[in-house]
Design a protein. Sequence first.
Length: 146
Amino acid sequence: MDRKGWVLVKLLLIITGVLIFIYLITPKFQKNLYRIRDLTTQTNLESIRVALLSYYKDNEKWPSSLSKLAPKYLKKIPGEFLSSVKGSPKISIAKKEADFISQRGSRLAGWIYGNYDQEEGESKYVHSVLPMSTTLSDGIGSTSSW
């Protein structure tokens, strides 16, 4: 084989090696991106919860909407990143526990706020905030323990 042929073979081997390396690290990279999105959403959720409690402490009542928290308690409503990389600051309001439960689902975007007072048998989501999505960004895990 002449010199040009060997150079081509070496180049193809290098390209193949690089492609194999990319193929091997891509799943790990994607898994880390999912983890970052999940942790960012959890951090944003905690920020909203702290702002919600601060609002209650200052006003002795719960806000009618999470949008009332901005700009005094939060600069703006932070995004939820389980549903998309861009994040969604969308807010849904549930007026009773059944609505809170029925409005959540897999791959839904934004936050849900349980804006209702406790009634008999309703206590789990009273004045609670959770992501609309019930699954983590990888589609496998759950937000039920948040």
